[in-house]
Design a protein around this ligand. Structure first.
Ligand SMILES: Nc1ncnc2c1ncn2[C@@H]1O[C@H](COP(=O)(O)OP(=O)(O)OP(=O)(O)O)[C@@H](O)[C@H]1O
Ligand SMILES: [Mg+2]
Length: 342
């Protein structure tokens, strides 16, 4: 649905992994032996998901990640045509397992990942800067490897501040809190929290963020106060809200879809937003594309990313201001894993 794009996107996946889906024949019995119905492996990590969705739309994207040259993730990424820039490490990338039951329930088992030493981290930052030069967006997404200083994303945002590239961040917990505790110089141009992450940041219960759009907006405004230029707050089936520091505010509702897997929906929303920006779209259209990409992703199995022909922006309802109805209650059962920050 987007026009041809100009400008490059660079994603950083500091804690990449292979996503291995194991198809269970029935409910999992702890302590038993399971003969799997099938299994599949895909390259994963939130930055990789964003890159896959941008690349699927013909966008120019480079994925920066720490990995050995011979690691299976390198072959998997090259096999799907992604351009990568790697910093060598000695250990194998982690595997994140999804146990998929026949009733659609999924259980996720994520390995912690490998710690990066200072030299590797410095080299990653250098490679990121090298590719960020002249690019439109740098995307810092997902969890940090064990042992990484929690303010590393903040440090990277600061270091990219005057290079002209825009920085988008999608993370949670300690690295997210550190990002916004480090002063306006470390605040990204775009932040993509979900309701849980916004609640963590603003110190309000997630229930209230979902139940009352005014509470959500007040929480979002605290992010602008801390220097974030644009906030794309995604709200699952209820859609998303886009707020800009200059007072712009829009809400968008996705069409009702048959949900197959919400894994990676947030990553695809972010990719949709960036793609629309690369195509020169104004904020409401960027929001529309983000929500359309999220919905398309949720309608596809596993962490599959949509191609532009699977994305229907015209089915998304965009309105100025706050949504007329609250984000809850959505009683539709969603057969998906719990929140996954990978
Ligand atoms: N059940 C659903 N029906 C329609 N659209 C959905 C549904 N769930 C998610 N989406 C779409 O995906 C977008 C992102 O979803 P969500 O807010 O759950 O992201 P997230 O929690 O960051 O996900 P993740 O980090 O696991 O990728 C929503 O704004 C919406 O457009
Ligand atoms: Mg998310």
């Amino acid at each position: 649905m987007t026009e041809p794009q100009a400008g490059r996107v660079v994603t950083l996946t500091a804690n990449p992994g292979l996503d291995r889906t194991l198809e269970l024949p029935g409910p999992l019995e702890i302590g038993g032996v399971v003969r799997l119905v099938g299994s599949a492996t895909e390259p994963g990590g939130k930055g990789v998901n964003v890159a896959r969705a941008v690349a699927a739309a013909g966008g120019h994207v480079v994925s920066v990640l720490p990995t050995a040259d011979h690691d299976p993730i390198v072959h998997a990424l090259l096999a799907i045509g992604l351009e990568i820039a790697t910093v060598p490490v000695t250990s194998a990338v982690r595997t994140n397992y999804t146990l998929a039951g026949p009733d659609g329930t999924t259980t996720k088992l994520n390995e912690p990942g490998t710690a990066l030493d200072n030299m590797t981290r410095t080299a990653l930052a250098a490679v990121l800067h090298q590719h960020a030069a002249g690019a439109r967006w740098v995307v810092l997404s997902g969890s940090l490897p064990p042992g990484t200083p929690v303010d590393w994303y903040a440090e990277l945002v600061r270091s990219l501040r005057d290079t002209g590239v825009r920085v988008a961040v999608d993370t949670s917990e300690a690295p997210l809190r550190a990002l916004l505790a480090d002063g306006p110089g470390a605040a990204p141009d775009l932040l993509k929290p979900n309701s849980e992450e916004l609640a963590q940041l603003a110190g309000v219960p997630e229930k209230e963020v979902l139940a009352d759009p005014e509470v959500a907006l007040a929480a979002v405004r605290t992010l602008h106060d801390r220097g974030v230029a644009e906030v794309l707050l995604t709200l699952g089936a209820a859609g998303a809200l886009l707020s800009t520091a200059d007072g712009g505010l829009w809400s968008a509702r996705p069409p009702r879809i048959a949900v197959r897997s919400t894994v990676g929906a947030g990553d695809c929303s972010l990719a949709g937003y960036l793609l629309a920006d690369l195509a020169g779209a104004e904020p409401p259209e960027r929001l529309r594309t983000a929500v359309a990409y999220g919905a398309a992703s949720a309608s596809l199995p596993g962490s599959a990313v949509p191609t532009p022909d699977q994305v229907d922006g015209s089915a998304v309802l965009v309105t100025p201001g706050l949504p007329v109805t609250a984000a809850v209650p959505d009683t539709t059962p969603v057969p998906a894993a719990g929140r996954d920050i990978r």
